[in-house]
Design a protein around this ligand. Sequence first.
Ligand SMILES: *Cc1c(COP(=O)(O)O)cnc(C)c1O
Length: 377
Amino acid sequence: MKPETACVHAIRNTAHSTGAVAVPIYQSATFSHPAFGQSTGYDYTRATNPTREHVEKLLAALEGGADALAFSSGMAAIATLMELFAPGDEIVAAEDLYGGSIRLFEHVSRKNGLIVRYVDTSDLAAVRAAMGERTKAVFTESPTNPMMKVSDIAGIRKLIGSKKVLLIMDNTFLTPYFCNPIALGADVVIHSGTKYLAGHNDTLAGFIVLKSAEIAEKLRFLQKTIGGVLSPFDAFLVTRGIKTLAIRMEKSQENAIKVARWLLKQPKVTAVHYVGLPDHPAFALSQRQARGFGSMISFSVDNVETVSTLLNRTKLILFAESLGGVETLITYPITQTHADVPEEERLARGINEKLLRLSVGIEAAEDIIEDLEGAMK
Ligand SMILES: *Cc1c(COP(=O)(O)O)cnc(C)c1O
């Protein structure tokens, strides 16, 4: 089954006698038992719920994992995943990770005794140098946010070799439609389902997909114990969103290529970071490990005045955090997504006051460009 077919048909609603094509929303906190010693397989929604189970099976199928778990947000998923580790364990993480992941590591995981070492995971030698006796995981994201660096997933797998080190990939930007990290050697795939999977800027969701059923079982225990589970209604919305994932990913990517090419020609734009441009340093690597480049662009402008006119004057494009929805959004990483990253670190990574980020949506490319053009004049 091709990925676009899988998005629609990988998991069918069969547990239902009416023939309903859409998965029903089992809006029930608890489930009654037919008789003493008997069970329907469901007892309490924090542990299992049929609507959540449906979207979990769908994610496992799309990513090629043994199992998947759905959480109330991407951060709830990542925070639960961190509970696999013990005080003294070390994690090698991409320095350019999603700001919320860094905030979690620095303010929660560190307090719990985890040591996180940040490196440029697109540099295999740097990953190798950072790994030590106590390293239990390599945590990366690709392309990274907002600098669009790409890590060689199979290359990191090779470095890890037979060591007991989990390779964790946050696949939010590419989604299973464009990239399947497990096939490339990842053990754990993370998603903020809030973004492309749900796809309409209306739902928070998070997923952990596991290559191994054994680790999945440990996480099931943590999921029901900690309780940051995806609600039945939101599970339904994500399932519905995924049905159109393929066409949304294709259309927003098509738009992103046009917008990136247009940005390149603007006198006020000093740099464009988009993986789908042939002169992006990881263009070839991306083609090897993914079926697409996605639709996230970051770019630098000449000065802060241009930043403020752009943010104030775009009409179609919304000035908002988040990404991956049908609406094109413009973000100012320094005060929005990366406000909690220490200034020195931020600047070292190129996240300065002249950097903007676009999540390109599914509108007509001409309208997106016209809006940018009008705002930049
Ligand atoms: C948004 C995001 C998260 C966090 O997900 P939430 O659903 O907002 O909690 C994690 N990783 C990446 C790459 C993201 O973009």
